[in-house]
Design a protein around this ligand. Structure first.
Ligand code: SF4
Length: 805
């Protein structure tokens, strides 16, 4: 979003606003029988009999946003097919993508606005109209406090509200509401996901790159499980070339995963010791002078200091063997082979969550190691790719005098060093765990009393769910916008049902890469039930509360009071009208963002084909059933920055003095405290993803449950035998913070002191027919431990015990 200095930031043009109201009252648990509605799907729905139409859309079953063509017959979406025109997804939809139909026709969907009438977390709600829901947000009810009272009592401190969101194309729309409202407390999924990888690479290379897996000859994949976690065309690029077919894949993972089984070599590593592995690879490369000397001399900053760090600290393969469990001879071999294939060699950056407390430095070390090979911004190496421009559109971002700064605890460290109590750096998305814990411990300098939550499920996604439940209970007003009655929605005071991705047009998006393009999620059918896109929800809510909010601002904001002495109230209000960003339809905004640069043809292409890029008609060719040309080889953007890093210096940054000022190592180093001890009788808990499920977001999807019915606990076969645990036995996993139950899967594919199960199962919401108490919830037992730099949740730093039940 374009951010200007002026308070006046409005969208252009004007489109009439409409609020669709529903009605009907009654106390209901969410699963009350609903009348069948237009376009509803049932086992008796006949398909293939009517005339079918196809609408180009983008999948939202995970973050990848593959392009799909939705077939619609008599108002029913009957099939999702891959859209061959999108370079990113290249005519492929994975099982999750195919199961998007179930997201639309899930009978458990949130269908109407609701307000809480039972105890918090109990799941008892009253069905209301949209207007009544907005009214309850503002005025509260006898069961919860409204926004008006909170802001009056906090004297217009907009930061007394927290806003949080999960990843999604409409996250931006919700964030426009947060910006206009004027709070400084924004939390997103990043600190529960890939904060450290994005920041580690960002600070070292200037951008988070992707790997050219189609052309790399040598790939180290450590801790990333591409064969299972996300199956997309670039996943296929790797596996179609392993085992003597053009690329060598080294898989480094504590578990024998599907990726390990398809790799040329699997190295089981002690969890959380990858940093030692990379430092040792670097040692070999520096000590044997295997690095690209010319590239390093011209394009790497602080190499001499880093070299001294690596050599003087004796980060040898022999040293690393004692920490990682990987044989020194393998480390020597991999370092030499990697450099022999450079620059067509990739240390895969990964998309994974933060696993250990050394994760930020691990990412820095990986990026530097790649830099030493010269394989940056080049074919076969790490690439930045090109991004096609879109016209910016402005929102509204008033400045509220009374709004406090983000709720963080600054501490004085040694002289000249600054930082925060919970982490050294506070990113835009903040540290969710640290924020929650400060809130619970009353360690904030002002009160936060209400929260808005969009497409996000902290009850499932954040370690230590007992604390998250307490956070929800302590919040005086919780407004949840979602499609499903998740565990977090159960704690809401007001529920605003969003329609699914097949029922809405989302903000047009530009996808960078070797073959850049722009794509658009178009509405396939009208929203079912009494649901709306977040754009319409925000439009209705802000129309209702914008003026009353200004009345509160007038009372407490002396700047505004001064302005009012000199200007008419209507003029001053225009600066504070938070309804402005939502005046237009999403379709109108998308058109504005595209037309000025690429013309009418691009708008048409996005509506009809879902995809656009310059010269698409000329370049795109179907070569065979599964092969398509998007750009001719000569036109691909392997190199966009002259083969250099994208940092300000255009160099790979080994040594960053600014980190030292924040008490963070200025270059990657190993510390003994990174070593994790597993006491006898306990296990280190590992967690991860699966190709059929996207965290808790798909846990209720009946079609996907056909492929994987629940998660199982991986336990070493010998350990299981000692404990009398057989396949399918119910086991309880417990830690200091909680417990969960799931069935056992004894296997040799995991070490005796580790346990593993897939994340996203074991929801407690009774309104989720298929997900309710199905499998185990990892975050019930994972302790709330954060890594020290960004405060990202360290998911693999918990010891647990097990017992057969
Ligand atoms: S990888 Fe699968 S779930 Fe993810 S966007 Fe693509 S089709 Fe959808």
């Amino acid at each position: 979003m374009q951010v200007e200095v002026s308070r006046r930031r409005f969208l252009q043009g004007s489109v009439a606003m409409s609020i669709i109201g529903g009605s009907s009252v009654g106390v209901t648990n969410l699963l009350a029988n609903e009348d069948k509605e237009k376009g509803d799907f049932s086992p008796t729905t006949k398909t293939g009999t009517g005339e079918a139409t196809e609408v180009a859309t983008l999948c939202e079953m995970c973050v990848n946003k593959c392009a799909a063509l939705a077939r619609v017959e008599n108002g029913v979406v009957t099939k999702l097919n891959p859209n061959p025109l999108f370079p990113k997804s290249r005519n492929m939809l994975c099982p999750r993508g195919n199961a998007g139909l179930q997201a639309l026709y899930d009978p458990d969907r949130l269908k109407h606005p609701m307000i809480r009438v039972g105890k918090k977390g109990e799941g008892k709600f009253k069905k209301v109209s949209w207007d009544e829901a907005y009214d309850a947000i503002w005025n509260g009810t006898k069961d919860f406090t409204g926004m008006q009272k909170i802001l009056e009592e906090e004297k217009d401190n907009r930061s007394s509200f927290l806003f949080c969101a999960g990843e999604g194309m409409a996250e931006h729309t919700f964030k426009s509401f947060y910006s206009a409202f004027g709070s400084s407390n924004w939390l997103n999924h990043a600190s529960l996901c890939l904060q450290t990888v994005v920041s580690g690479y960002g600070i070292t290379l200037g951008s988070y790159p992707t790997a050219d897996l189609d052309n790399a000859e040598y790939i180290i994949m450590a801790g990333a499980n591409r064969a299972e976690a996300i199956v997309t065309p670039d996943t296929m690029d790797i596996f179609k070339r392993t085992k003597g077919r053009g690329a060598k894949l080294i898989c480094v993972d504590p578990r024998f995963t599907n990726t390990a089984s398809k790799a040329d070599k699997w190295l089981p590593i002690n969890p959380g010791t990858d940093l030692a592995f990379v430092l040792a690879l670097t040692y070999v490369v520096i000590n044997e002078e295997l690095y690209n000397k010319d590239f390093v001399e011209k394009n790497v900053n602080g190499f001499d200091k880093y070299k001294v760090n690596i050599i003087d600290n004796k980060y040898t393969p022999e040293w690393a063997e004692t920490i990682t469990g990987i044989k020194a001879k393998d480390i020597y071999q991999i370092a030499r082979d990697f450099m022999a294939h450079a620059p067509k060699a990739v240390y895969y950056p990964g998309r994974r969550s933060t696993f250990s407390n050394s994760d930020f430095q691990l990412r820095r070390a990986m990026a530097i190691f790649q830099g030493l090979s010269g394989g940056i911004d080049t074919k076969g190496g790490l690439i930045f790719g090109k991004k096609l421009k879109l016209s910016p559109h402005a929102g509204v971002e008033p400045i509220y005098e009374r709004a406090e700064a983000r709720a963080v605890n600054k501490i004085e460290r040694t002289k000249g060093q600054v930082g925060y109590a919970d982490c050294a750096v506070v990113s835009g998305g903040g540290s969710w765990v640290a924020w929650r814990n400060r809130f619970l411990e009353n360690k904030m300098s002002y009160k936060v009393r209400g929260m808005f939550i969009y497409k996000h499920n902290p009850m499932m996604n954040m370690p230590n769910i007992a604390k998250t439940a307490k956070m929800f209970e302590k919040m005086e007003l919780v407004v949840a916008i979602d499609t499903m009655p998740s565990d977090s929605v159960m704690y809401a005071d007001v529920v605003l049902p969003e329609c699914t991705y097949l029922e809405r047009t989302d903000p047009v998006k530009t996808f960078s890469g070797v073959e850049p393009s722009i794509a658009q999620r178009n509405k396939v059918i009208d929203p079912m039930y009494d649901t709306k896109p977040v754009m319409d929800i925000m439009r209705g809510l802000t129309k209702k509360i914008s003026k009353p909010l200004f009345e509160i601002t007038k009372k407490y904001d002396t700047d505004v009071q001064d302005e009012l002495k000199e200007a008419k109230e209507e003029e001053v209000y225009t600066e504070f009208d938070i309804a402005k960003p939502f005046e237009h339809s999403q379709e109108h905004i998308n058109e504005m963002m595209v037309k000025g640069i690429y013309g009418e043809e691009a708008v048409k292409s996005l509506k009809e084909k879902g995809v656009f890029y310059p010269d698409m008609d000329k370049y795109y060719k179907k070569i065979s059933v599964n092969e398509h040309q998007y750009y001719p080889e000569k036109k691909k953007y392997y190199t966009v920055n002259g083969g250099k890093a994208k940092t300000n210096s255009k160099k790979v940054e080994c040594y960053l003095p600014n980190l030292a000022k924040k008490c963070v190592d200025p270059m990657p180093m190993w510390h003994d405290e990174y070593s994790f001890k597993v006491p006898a009788g306990k296990f280190r808990l590992l967690t991860g993803r699966h190709a059929q499920f996207t965290q808790s977001g798909t846990s209720n999807n009946m079609m996907l449950r056909d492929l994987m019915s629940e998660n199982y606990l991986w336990v070493n076969r010998r350990v299981a035998k000692e404990k009398g645990i057989n396949f399918g036995d119910m086991v309880e996993v417990y830690s200091k913070v909680g417990k969960t139950r799931l069935k056992a899967y004894p296997t040799e594919k995991i070490a005796p002191n580790q346990l593993f199960f897939v994340h996203g199962f074991g929801e407690e919401s009774e309104e989720l027919t298929w997900a309710y108490k199905n499998g185990g919830n990892d975050n019930a037992v994972i302790e709330d431990i954060t890594e020290p730099v960004y405060g990202a949740a360290s998911m693999h730093e918990t010891n647990v015990e097990i017992r057969k039940v």
